[in-house]
Design a protein around this ligand. Structure first.
Ligand SMILES: C[S@@+](CC[C@H](N)C(=O)[O-])C[C@H]1O[C@@H](n2cnc3c(N)ncnc32)[C@H](O)[C@@H]1O
Length: 452
């Protein structure tokens, strides 16, 4: 977003982030892509893939394309040993969501979610496209549909990519209890059907010759790969999607048709690039994958800095971006990430509030070094934790900055964290602050930049 803002206002900019997804998003959004080439390549790819699509099934003797399949958690009742399906439970509620108190559909005994062990996920319903833009929903328990995935294999290369490890010591592995979902590597985020489909799509994209078009197709792909995971939540009102800022595996998961998701994303990108062309400016945007403690810029060379760092232990970007970054072949190392990460021991990459404050101080010292005299730094921040605020303000002060002004920034769309705060299950601030700071004049810096 920072790059786009610079582009639209005609400024030259230098962007830096340690995450490969951040670089992938920024570079794709600031440079124009030939729309005709993008549409032609995606059409060609889709027609190659259609021949072998795993999303066709027979229904009423007719071949139909699957839009999505809903999978529901199954439990065994601790009292009567009969199966309980979260789909049957959801159907009893107005909002179609699984209640926190679960009443066995056979013996009527009531249990908390924690008292029940999930014994697997079962396909319960499918939405089939039956032509002329019409979809029908089929209850799978009554009318089995057949997917043809058993016939498919992915290439050796995709198999290897699937082995990209998501370490069980990582903060979000622990917080999201991913061991209960058997998630230890990229492959584990996907059903067989979607893994095959994504693998085939990825191979097709990688064979595209024009590098700019290929990068834009990969942008559509990384978004599709996220939507195609088992984290995509079924939503009665439509708009099934995974939650942002977390790694959450819902009880009712919607296995989307990744080819359709990809096509929709391409349509959005085509509109985006058409708009970007209209606003086209000659500004030069340089994008570097570097830590904020080591900006490769000259002293006193920058007019203005806008920075939006992680807020303590609010969101673990490297963990939450794992899916896209693994497909891009470059997951972010957590070593340099500016977060407070309590689940890990410090010798295994864990960071205390002191380590976080050190990283922030070193980053602000580096920003002070490259910023011209009398220039401004705008910082987006929020935390509902006093000690995180204190760590931030101390590190800014140590790095030679003083507060000039502050204002509210309403990001409009809430993240998972913001949503939890609104529904009062977690103490998280929902509106961010933009703090304007200026370099203190003639300060002899005592703090030193630490390289991490
Ligand atoms: C709130 S997000 C910023 C989003 C971005 N400004 C935008 O407009 O979309 C915080 C970012 O800080 C990055 N980050 C974390 N530690 C960092 C470090 N030491 N140096 C540079 N970037 C870091 C994360 O990878 C993440 O992308």
């Amino acid at each position: 977003m920072t790059g786009l803002a610079s582009k639209l206002t005609g400024r030259n900019a230098f962007l830096s982030d340690i995450g490969s997804l951040a670089i992938h998003l920024a570079s794709n959004h600031v440079s124009f892509c030939d729309i005709d080439d993008l549409m032609n390549e995606s059409k060609r790819i889709m027609s190659n893939l259609d021949e072998n699509s795993p999303y066709y099934v027979f229904h009423n003797g007719q071949e139909c394309e699957v839009s999505y399949v809903i999978y529901a958690n199954s439990y065994k009742c601790p009292k009567c040993r009969k199966h309980i399906s979260s789909w049957d439970l959801a159907k009893q509620t107005k909002s179609f969501s699984v209640p926190s108190k679960i009443c066995c559909t056979s013996c009527s005994n009531v249990f908390g979610k924690k008292d029940l062990n999930c014994i697997g996920k079962k396909a319960v319903s499918a939405s089939l496209s039956v032509g002329k833009g019409r979809n029908v929903n089929v209850e799978i328990s009554r009318e089995p549909i057949r997917t043809r995935v058993e016939d498919y294999r992915v290439s050796r290369r995709i198999d290897l990519l699937g082995m990209t490890k998501f370490d069980e010591n990582r903060e979000m592995h622990i917080r999201s209890a991913l061991h209960l979902q058997n998630v230890y590597k990229l492959r584990d985020f996907y059903s067989d059907v979607n893994w095959f489909a994504l693998g085939s799509l990825f191979n097709e994209i990688n064979a595209v010759k024009n590098l700019r078009t290929k990068a834009a197709l990969l942008l559509a792909f990384t978004n599709t790969a996220w939507h195609g995971s088992k984290m995509r939540r079924f939503n009665l009102k439509g708009g099934h999607r995974p939650l942002t800022g977390t790694l959450y595996f819902p009880q009712l998961y919607s296995e989307g048709n990744v080819f359709k998701i990809f096509e929709n994303k391409i349509e959005t990108l085509v509109k985006y690039f058409a708009e970007l062309k209209r606003y086209g400016t000659s500004s030069h945007i340089q994008i570097n994958r570097t830590s904020a403690v080591e900006l490769s810029l000259d002293d006193n060379s920058i007019d203005y800095i806008y920075t939006d760092p992680p807020f303590g232990s609010n969101i673990f970007y490297a963990d939450c971006n794992f899916i896209a970054e693994a497909w891009l072949g470059s997951p972010t190392s957590i070593v340099k990430e500016a977060v407070v990460n309590r689940s890990l021991k410090t010798n295994a990459g864990g960071k205390t509030l002191t380590t976080y404050a050190d990283l922030m101080r070193s980053s602000f010292l580096e920003m002070n070094r490259v910023l011209k005299k009398g220039s401004k730094l705008s910082l987006v921040f929020n935390s509902s934790t006093g000690d995180v605020w204190q760590a931030l303000m101390d590190s800014l002060n140590d790095a030679g900055f003083e507060v000039e002004d502050a204002d509210l920034l309403d990001k409009v769309q809430l993240s998972f964290k913001g949503y939890k705060a609104k529904t009062s299950s977690e103490n998280v601030a929902t509106t961010d602050l933009v703090i304007d700071l200026k370099k203190k004049p003639n300060v002899q810096m005592r703090a030193k930049i630490k390289r991490f």
